[in-house]
Write a protein that binds this ligand. Structure first.
Ligand code: FAD
Length: 463
């Protein structure tokens, strides 16, 4: 990076511009495990500083890569062309929680769980619940349109963003959306920015919708002989017109991963598990839990366990939460995909994945938000065998092709970043890519913001 640019940034930020190798290494990776060293790390404290950093980037032509907690699974926060990583860590204030109009105004560096907890204390609920909620930030959640377990009933981050304040690639500060229940004035720039992976604007403030906190909840674990039976139950639950607040599926290998971490007694012949939750007023929770247990049994569940008290529910959730630590014991490298298929095609997709695993001789572990048709397909490798890695990469490409063929999408919540950039066109087609690139030009004509993301051929900042 041009020393003049670094000097100008230093003048603006003082010791909040960090250039030591140690700091740069700390901000060089995300959950993909890939590494790209930035030239500097900036810690702005407000929108004005963000704006001035982006103006300097236009003047000196360096990339600016927004970063929350760096927990992304698609490489979104990696400075692939160097430049400045702009960390939102110091923009972490909950500005307001309006309990009359049911919204919160927050800065982007607020950790998701902090907002959820503050809302809960007021009898309110901010539903988006990525499993990373203890460390991921609202800015990252918005940029990736994160989902979670309760998306099946409550939707994803997009459904809770009423309005945004963001610095565009030009350095202009734009305010989008509303703080009201309704609003339809002009183009929906808010939705445009949600899920744009830090390539169109840097979110500096968000107005987020809150809903009343559900009164109570019940959790169920239904055990089936195989994925096909569990997938049938998912569709039967939907047909029964009960909307669970979570419907998570684990295949047999995922269950084995769990058992390697926590010894949970399971009946013989368990080949697949569904974890379901219902929430709402107490009488309807009891009625819905009974109905769901009945539906699972009618679909061949070997056993259904129901828990209504906090301890019992926690015991059941422990199973779902133990998958990731268990996966780490299975193999050191995981290619973690997050495809979504129409729910009616879940059973076919599981059959396809079993065949693919055998054909490519790679271990594939499947679990995820079955209620949304969202499967986390984890292709596990040693990372030391080049032939195995090649077979795993071919398997991932086949998974994407099959997903698009059955009418699904290659990413439900992790975004494209660098990980899925080679497959963008497979889903949206050449015209889709072209329109997206034209929009990018409009928001960020010099290609300052997060270059190298989403589009395969996206070059570094324009000269
Ligand atoms: C253990 C684990 C579990 C996970 N579980 C889930 C899950 O259940 N559901 C799910 O959806 N994801 C999950 N993720 C992925 C990840 O946590 C989410 O994508 C999360 O939203 C990223 O937030 P972050 O603050 O870490 O963002 P980062 O990783 O720092 O950044 C992600 C993207 O957002 C951009 N960005 C960050 N801040 C801003 C901003 N202020 N303005 C504009 N762009 C910005 C970055 O440039 C990048 O493109 C998980 C990750 C891990 C490690």
């Amino acid at each position: 990076m041009d020393p003049k640019a670094l000097a100008a940034l230093g003048e603006l930020l003082g010791d909040r511009l960090r250039t030591s190798l140690e700091t740069r290494i700390c901000y060089s990776y995300d959950a993909t495990g890939k590494r790209f060293l930035p030239d500097a790390v900036a810690h702005p404290v407000d929108a004005e500083e963000v704006r001035r950093i982006v103006l300097l980037a236009n003047q000196h032509r360096f990339p600016v890569v927004p970063r929350g907690a760096g927990s992304g699974f698609s490489g979104g926060s990696l400075p692939v062309h160097g430049g400045v990583v702009l960390s939102t860590e110091r923009m972490d204030r909950i500005v307001a929680i309006d309990t009359e109009n049911l919204y919160a105004v927050v800065e982007p560096g607020v950790v998701t769980e902090t907002l959820k907890e503050e809302a809960r204390r007021r009898g309110l609920f901010y539903p988006p619940d990525p499993a990373s909620l203890k460390f991921s930030t609202i800015g990252g959640n918005i940029a990736e349109c994160s989902g979670g377990m309760c998306a099946v009933k409550y939707g994803v981050t997009r459904d809770y963003v009423l309005g945004l304040e963001a610095v565009l690639g030009t350095g202009e500060l734009v305010r989008t959306g509303v703080a009201t229940v309704k609003g339809v004035v002009g183009y929906d720039l808010t939705r445009m920015l949600v899920g744009s992976e830090g390539t169109l604007g840097i979110v500096t403030r968000a107005t987020l919708r809150l809903v009343p906190l559900p009164e109570t909840a019940a959790t169920m674990l239904a055990l089936f002989s195989g994925n096909r039976e569990a997938a049938r139950a998912v569709n039967a639950v939907v047909a029964a017109r009960v909307t669970p607040s979570a419907m998570e599926l684990m295949d047999r290998t995922a269950i084995d991963c769990v058992l390697a971490v926590v010894p949970i007694p399971l009946p013989e012949g368990t080949g697949s598990a569904l974890l379901l939750e219902v929430d709402g007023p107490a009488p309807s929770v009891a009625r819905d839990a009974e109905r769901l247990a009945e539906v699972c049994r009618s679909c061949g569940a070997i056993e259904v366990r129901v828990a209504s008290d906090a301890r019992g529910r926690e015991e059941l959730w422990k199973m779902r939460r133990s998958i990731s630590p268990g996966l780490r014991r299975l193999a050191p490298v995981k290619m973690n995909e997050d495809i979504v298929v129409p729910r009616s095609r879940l059973a076919d997709m599981f059959d396809f994945l079993a065949g693919l695993s055998a054909r490519k001789r790679v271990r594939i572990v499947n679990f995820g938000h079955a209620g949304d048709g969202n499967i986390h397909v984890n292709v596990m490798t040693s990372g030391t065998d080049a032939d195995e890695t090649r077979r795993a990469e071919e398997a991932v490409e086949e998974v994407f092709r099959k997903t698009v063929e059955v009418g699904g999408t290659i990413s439900g919540e992790h975004g494209i970043g660098i990980a899925k950039a080679p497959f963008l066109e497979m889903e949206v087609g050449p015209l889709g890519v072209s329109v997206m690139k034209r929009l990018k030009e409009c928001f960020d004509p010099n290609g300052i913001l997060n270059p190298g993301k989403i589009f395969l051929s996206e070059a570094a900042v324009r000269p």
